[in-house]
Write a protein that binds this ligand. Sequence first.
Ligand SMILES: [Fe+2]
Ligand SMILES: [Fe+2]
Ligand SMILES: [Fe+2]
Ligand SMILES: [Fe+2]
Length: 405
Amino acid sequence: MDINLGNSFSQIVSALSQIIALENHKRMFHSWRVAIISTEMARKITPETVNQVFYAGLLHDVGTINLEENLLQQLPWERQIVLPQIREHPLRGARIVEEIPGLDLAANIILDHHERWDGGGYPHQKRNEEINEGAQCLRIADAYDLCLEQNPQADCWKIIKIMSEYKSKEFSPSVFEAFSEVIAHDIYCQDVSRDECLQEVAGEIQKSLPEVQLQAKSDVIGVTLRVFARVIDAKHQYTSGHSQRVSQYSILLAESLGLSHDEVSQIKWASLLHDAGKVAIPQTILNKPGPLTPEEFALVKTHPELTAEIIKFITVFQNLLLIVRHHHEHFNGDGYPGSLKNTNIPLLARVITVADAFDAMTSPRPYQRMKSIKEALAELVVQKGRQFDGQIIDRAEEVFLALTV
Ligand SMILES: [Fe+2]
Ligand SMILES: [Fe+2]
Ligand SMILES: [Fe+2]
Ligand SMILES: [Fe+2]
């Protein structure tokens, strides 16, 4: 596969930031706005790390991915910041981001993004110059978004006036000056108070940044996708490790079917991402012990298409779109979203369907007793030619049975 590594990497990280927003669209605007403002400030304050500040801005709240829904939306800001789960999110976010190749510095920025100049922040009560400069830019950009939300009619001068009360308390005086210049004068930032401009402005900024330094020989895409998969799985208590296991099972099946090296790579990546769209499904539905209502099931059925939506901007993954989109089709046409039948379903999607069902049966789920490998295999065989492609089940019997020894 021919890959422009830097390009693919930045597209994958942007897609990762979108899954945070899937829970709530407002949060995507928030991430874009924070990334834009803090990057423009970083150009003045810490130009050598400007690309790290941008990615830290996009991903800064990744540590909130599995917080109970509505916690952030329903509680007022003053009550949110005393909750232990909230106070841990910079640490959790930093731990996730430091595993992404080339983003170590962005992880440090995320770690400090709630520290305050006067030492009253969290998680480490750092103060003054102890706080990473990029994080100081993020802190004020984060606060700006909140201020905009609370004062939707205010122009930039009014916002600067309101926020100046926190100068030397929450924000360093010099960072506050840079912030005022950026929102009052800089060209990009004329538009950042309007949600509809943000995606385009963020895209322009991203293009203008120096590429993140990556080691070309290391498995940058593979490592980044495994982080991506962990973030997807972190959303729901019952899906821990699911994407990674489905990927392992799919690879075993693909190899056993004698598929090419290229197809094995495709299935590895597609299966790591296959449930990205599930992040948009409320925890109350996916963790529900009883049967779903028709409305709830209709919502669950949207997730394969949502996954395709998320990854469609990753140029190198264009050939994965149909695979992820059709991983819930049934061989007899009873599946979703396209009710495709037989070989009209892409082969790699048919393989993932089997690996996916096998993992769902052999992992604890709220709606069923966990099955042994042999019980799960028996279930797969019953569905041969109905839910599953018979030739793949023939391989699965051999491949999955080998897991018991
Ligand atoms: Fe935060
Ligand atoms: Fe934030
Ligand atoms: Fe799925
Ligand atoms: Fe799945």
